[in-house]
Design a protein around this ligand. Structure first.
Ligand code: NAP
Ligand code: ZN
Ligand code: ZN
Length: 347
């Protein structure tokens, strides 16, 4: 076993603080990674505060992990010590069901094993995530990371990147489409970059006037403030797609009305409260509302390779781990440009 240093929450109401525990001995297919950086996702906050239901404590969040391989199990083929590597939201799945066989491990019919707050499939222990200096993961769930890009800016691709890349690819969003991105945070800024890269006309819908210049710099063609509905009348029946990344309660109907005939609202943001949507809002223009969960392992690798080829990374603010609780409060206020990433050397 390896002694690991980490930050953990001990309950839904405690701030995160220093914690140590043991990472398991390497199984034959395991890879051990020294973690250099871990991104801070709003899902970390939802989970540790019990907003999606009770979590298991101590809870070590973090699923945007990059670092270097330090050791490999006897049967590992894909990695060797010294390789750069990444781990996202998944660390295991049944590998046998229809979805796993198709590389859609996130939709494993027997329940995927998530990087934190999930029971390990073999020993039942609670998985502990990337706010830590080391992690041990089966090689099938470890991603190859290019040496070409800045590592701290690659970390958020492991969740914010794949969560926005996957639905844009699945719904074949590209040239000729008008796309709105709702919410300019971690997911939102990656959605802008990918939708622009795929050739769509991109409009940023935001509650923050101060983010307009950034939205344009990220590549958005238009910007509209959602707090001023009078500015939005020309957007009625306008979009082919809306990618909703909002983390808190909001009015879905206001945005559904911006979808043109056959328009699709793709929900990736996961607010803790349920939405009220009258069927008439969908019926009137044959609109649909759909959801999408991260991405499977093959598509996550495809996304990382696409980013390396096209020079796409996340815009990050690197923080020391002692500042994680303050970072959560800033994230709640929408004050993040556009992803906090923890430098694990500060642990
Ligand atoms: P984030 O960085 O905090 O960004 C969320 C953005 O939503 C904010 O920056 C803000 O943008 C906007 N917003 C916040 N409160 C709002 C409100 N009340 N009304 C309207 N807009 C509001 O969060 P994130 O890490 O991108 O995550 C976003 C959501 O996606 C979270 O719920 C997270 O759990 C979920 N998520 C889902 C998946 C998946 O697989 N589906 C994966 C990762 C994360 P503006 O300032 O521009 O308004
Ligand atoms: Zn995430
Ligand atoms: Zn499965």
């Amino acid at each position: 076993m390896t002694q690991a240093k980490a930050y953990a929450a001990q309950s839904a109401t405690d701030p995160l603080g220093p914690y140590s525990f043991e990472r398991r001995d390497l199984r034959p297919h395991d890879v051990q990674i020294e973690i250099f950086y871990c991104g801070v996702c709003h899902s970390d906050l939802h989970t540790v505060r019990g907003e999606w239901g009770p979590a298991s404590y101590p809870c070590v969040p973090g699923h945007e992990i990059v670092g270097r391989v330090t050791a490999v199990g006897e049967h590992v083929k894909k990695f060797k010590a010294g390789d750069l590597a990444g781990v996202g939201c998944l660390v295991d799945s049944c590998r046998e069901c229809h979805n796993c066989q198709q590389g859609l491990e996130q939709y494993c019919e027997n329940g995927a094993t998530f990087t934190y707050n999930s029971p390990d499939r073999l020993d039942g222990s609670n998985t502990l995530g990337g706010y830590s200096n080391t992690i041990v993961t089966d090689e099938s769930f470890v991603l190859r990371v290019s040496e070409k890009l800045a590592l701290e800016a690659v970390a958020p691709l492991l969740c914010a990147g794949i969560t926005t890349y996957s639905p844009l690819r699945y719904w074949k969003v590209g040239a000729g489409h008008k796309v709105a991105i709702l919410g300019l945070g971690g997911l939102g800024h990656m959605a802008v970059k990918f939708a622009v890269s795929f050739g769509a006309e991109v409009t940023m819908l935001s509650t923050s006037p101060s983010k307009e210049a950034d939205a344009k710099r990220l590549g958005a063609h238009k910007f509209a403030l959602t707090k001023k509905p009078e500015q939005l009348t020309d957007l009625a029946n306008y979009f082919d797609f809306i990618i909703d990344t909002v983390s808190a309660e909001h009015d879905y109907n206001m945005y559904l009305n911006m979808l043109n005939t056959n328009g699709v609202m793709i929900c990736v943001g996961a607010p803790p409260t349920a939405a009220q949507i009258p069927a008439s809002n969908l019926i009137s223009q044959r609109r649909s509302i759909v959801g999408s969960l991260i991405g499977g392992l093959p598509e996550t690798q495809e996304m990382l390779d696409y980013c390396a080829e096209h020079g796409i990374t996340s815009d990050v603010e690197v923080i020391a781990i002692k500042d994680i609780n303050e970072a959560y409060e800033r994230m709640l206020k929408g004050d993040v440009r556009y992803r906090f990433v923890i430098d694990m050397a500060t642990l």
